[in-house]
Ligand binder design. Structure first.
Ligand SMILES: C[S@@+](CC[C@H](N)C(=O)[O-])C[C@H]1O[C@@H](n2cnc3c(N)ncnc32)[C@H](O)[C@@H]1O
Length: 204
């Protein structure tokens, strides 16, 4: 008899072991229609997450320059950013290889030609690039240490005058995370608030 596999997949696993079970989401966001291929062991497989939706509908994008979607999952935030800002260069990154593969396919499927996807932990895959906006729907399930690392590490990849925008659940970290924004960027404002989520912005 074969032993049960006790290894558990998470949406932030580096290479999920579960079999791909694909899904297709059709979404209407910011006045555009999108289609997203999803699969098992990626975040929000069956529908665009409410926090993601609030982030894309309230995010402030620069006219031109570089935008980073850190922890891109199957790619909603970066794909919407690249669609809204045709002069932008969008970089998307994730620590889950399956999410990276899906985000690459979704870029092609939605005909977004100004975006690319990189694999790796936090800001490691970024190299020398500096961004005018960094966008994040953070991996709360991976633990607060990861969320905090995404916030405190952001200035290392941010250009002067840029912004860091993160959607959070109002119940989780509503006090701690604004304090960390203040400590990291010297300021913190709320861009939007809806359905138990809020979008925080810190500017360099
Ligand atoms: C809450 S999900 C958001 C996904 C996508 N941005 C969205 O809104 O649908 C967070 C994402 O962060 C990724 N993640 C977790 N830990 C990470 C890390 N250390 N570095 C980069 N990405 C990470 C997860 O794999 C997951 O795809």
């Amino acid at each position: 008899m074969s032993k049960p596999n006790r290894e558990v997949d998470h949406y932030f696993s580096a290479e999920p072991k579960s079999q791909d079970r694909f899904g297709l989401i059709k979404a209407h966001l910011c006045g555009y229609k999108f289609e997203f291929l999803t699969s098992s062991s990626v975040f929000s497989k069956t529908r665009v997450d409410t926090g993601t939706q609030l982030l894309v509908e309230s995010m402030m994008l620069p006219q031109k320059g570089f935008v980073l979607d850190i922890g891109c999952g199957y790619g909603v935030v970066g794909i919407v950013a690249g669609t809204l800002g045709k002069s932008l260069r969008v970089v998307m990154s994730d620590v889950n290889m399956r999410a990276v593969r899906l985000a690459k396919r979704n870029i092609m499927m939605n005909r977004v030609f100004n975006a690319e996807v990189r694999y790796g932990n936090c800001y490691e895959p970024i190299g020398e690039l500096r961004f005018d906006a960094v966008l994040s729907n953070p991996p709360i399930s991976a633990g607060m240490d990861t969320v905090k690392a995404i916030i405190t590490g952001a200035p290392t990849v941010m250009a002067a005058g840029s912004s860091f925008q993160m959607v959070i659940r109002s119940k989780i970290g509503a006090k701690v995370l604004p304090e960390l924004f203040e400590a990291t960027f010297g300021n913190c404002n709320v861009l939007a608030r809806e359905s138990g989520f809020r979008v925080l912005i810190g500017k360099l």
